[in-house]
Design a protein around this ligand. Sequence first.
Ligand code: GLU
Ligand code: ZN
Length: 298
Amino acid sequence: MSTAAGYTGRFAPSPTGPLHFGSLLAALASYLDARALKGRWLIRIEDLDPPREQPGASDLILRTLDHFGLHWDGEVVYQSQRLELYAELLQRLIDQGLAYRCRCSRSDLKLRDALYSYDGHCRIHPPDAEAQCAIRALCSEQTVTFEDLIQDRQIWQHEDGRDDFIIFRRDGLFAYQLAVVADDHAQGVTRVIRGSDLLDETFRQLQLQQHLAYPTPEYGHIPILLNKLGQKLSKQNLAPALNTDKAVKQLWEALHLLGQNPTPSLQRASNRELLDWAVTHWQRDHIPRTLAIRSSGS
Ligand code: GLU
Ligand code: ZN
């Protein structure tokens, strides 16, 4: 368990576009949990996938967080500046036999599995030395479990080989899994509060932490937010950018969805007053486990 004094939390957006209401929910929950326990709260920009990034998005995200009053501690960390660390860890995993080369393309996977899912092929059939390859981490544990702070006990069973996951892409980019584990460790993160769309990734991250002999942070996954059409609010389905002119309204609504019961009069408070109230009154166990549905538009 993290003690109040040793708590470090973080928000780790990918700069693929402006923050939307779903990202506000994740940022706010991790901010409040950290601040309520007198912890540090860090920002890490996960800019490892240039083709998916939008020019200017990192700065816009930081300005938006600032505008909403979600002030962070220390310098912002950019993953694009940390490739040496990832390369070192990748090599370490390969040297220890905990990661291996995989040359399966999407069409190879499709030939062997109608659902395109990986079947453990390159674990058994190592590719030629010259082949351009991805690197997969071994999933060696049969069962991975953890106690989620919001969703309770999570259990993942997997089959040999099929769940070995990519930590370095065939196109030469480091994958999210490796970078997130490397940085959560390097930044001393003790508790991760984020959206439950990342719940499955957590099992892979636990596996990598074990391979690297890193301690595992605590995890809490807040519910996924759906729009009026029942779709997950995401950049992919064009969730609107946060409206900085209505910061208090959106913060109030986010608090309400997180089960924090802000009083109606707080809608007339300033950002700072509202956030201070929320830190003082933070009740993590009031966060609903299941889906939150957002009915208003802005
Ligand atoms: N960068 C990831 C995203 O924006 C989040 C990573 C994380 O919180 O672990 O979806
Ligand atoms: Zn393969």
